[in-house]
Ligand binder design. Structure first.
Ligand code: FO1
Length: 317
């Protein structure tokens, strides 16, 4: 059975860990958000791709949910020398975005390969192989595509500025994208066209799944085969497990609940999987025309992730 998983960062990574316990890795394609990507110190950084690889390789820092376990920060510390001399308008030697010493190797490799002309997809595959992974990594696009957040103040900032520098502690007015006619990568398109089951991982529906859906053809592809598309709600009991999905939804006028998630996904997914704590909301999900499957969705252990993956595969018709 071929499975494609629309993926953001931590929630998707944990779901994929469970899925790989029940499906042959070569049959799984992670279609990964790259709209969080950024350039720091001239290095190309792809947070969601790296979070998935590090998690599946059991190398992720489990507390932070990003970067490598047992990381050291010597290079970041050494940047402090340059703070005093850099011009006020310079973006050099920024230290609000933390790059661990070993994590830096991934960004150095990615940047060098992209400079040689390799595509984002090719490099993602190479990095996954280097970490011993056998699933297919399909960045959503090979072109530049960036989330831009409009704050309630009217200021427009890049995603990592919002998420890391401002600690997603500011109200959002709208979410947009900056790109120049980006299209689905060929790997992502092939996976969405040929998968037996498409899973929408429990990732932020606005800034992780939203960018994938904003690419041409994606919603149409999903809607055309809606019955085999299963979404897992990232909202449990009215709150996001991690990150700003709940308050972002509220600020954008969407109820931060499984009903709100259902309203976002009902046109493209036939089933919504929700946690036991939301069982009373099943009828609200069904009201928008989705089947509602109730199971444990908070993946605090790999065993729960595995049983969630099994429930998702069973739900696909
Ligand atoms: N998240 C943080 O909250 N603070 C950081 O300093 C930070 C650095 C970082 C470096 C590399 C990387 O791949 C991810 C990093 N993240 C950091 C996580 C990441 O930016 C966000 O969690 C995702 O973009 C949201 O999916």
């Amino acid at each position: 059975m071929n499975v494609a998983v629309l993926s953001g960062g931590v929630g998707a990574a944990r779901f994929l860990r469970g899925l790989l316990m029940v499906v042959e890795p070569s049959m799984v394609t992670a279609v990964v958000n790259t709209a969080d990507d950024t350039v720091m110190h001239g290095l190309s950084i792809s947070p969601d791709l790296d979070t998935i690889v590090y998690t599946l390789a059991n190398a992720i820092d489990p507390d932070r949910g990003w970067g490598l376990a047992g990381e050291t920060w010597t290079a970041m510390g050494a940047l402090s020398r340059y703070q005093a001399v850099k011009p006020a308008e310079s973006g050099a030697a920024e230290t609000w975005f933390n790059l661990g010493d070993r994590d830096l190797a991934t960004h150095l490799y990615r940047t060098a390969r992209l400079a040689e002309g390799a595509t984002v997809s090719t490099v993602a595959g190479e990095i996954a192989s280097a970490w011993g992974l056998e699933l297919n990594m399909a960045p959503m696009t090979d072109q530049r595509f960036r989330t831009v957040i409009e704050l309630a103040s009217g200021e427009h900032v890049g995603f990592q500025d919002y998420f890391v520098r401002l600690r997603h502690n500011v109200a959002v007015r709208s979410v947009g994208y900056e790109h120049d006619g980006a299209v689905l990568s060929s790997g992502a398109r092939a996976a969405l066209e040929s998968a037996d089951v498409i899973v929408i991982a429990p990732s932020n529906p606005i800034v992780s799944i939203g960018p994938v859906r904003a690419l041409p053809d994606v919603d149409e592809l999903l809607a055309a085969r809606r019955e085999s598309v299963v979404a897992v709600s990232p909202i449990v009991g009215g709150a996001a497990i991690k990150g700003p999905a709940d308050h972002m939804m509220r600020e954008l006028g969407i109820d931060p609940s499984v009903a709100g998630v259902a309203s976002l996904y009902s046109s493209i997914a036939g089933t919504l999987v929700v946690d036991h704590v939301d069982s009373a909301s099943a009828s609200l999900v069904e009201q928008v025309g989705m089947r509602c499957v109730i199971t444990a969705t908070v993946m605090s252990t790999p065993a729960i992730a595995r049983s969630l993956a099994e429930a998702v595969l069973t739900a696909a018709v």
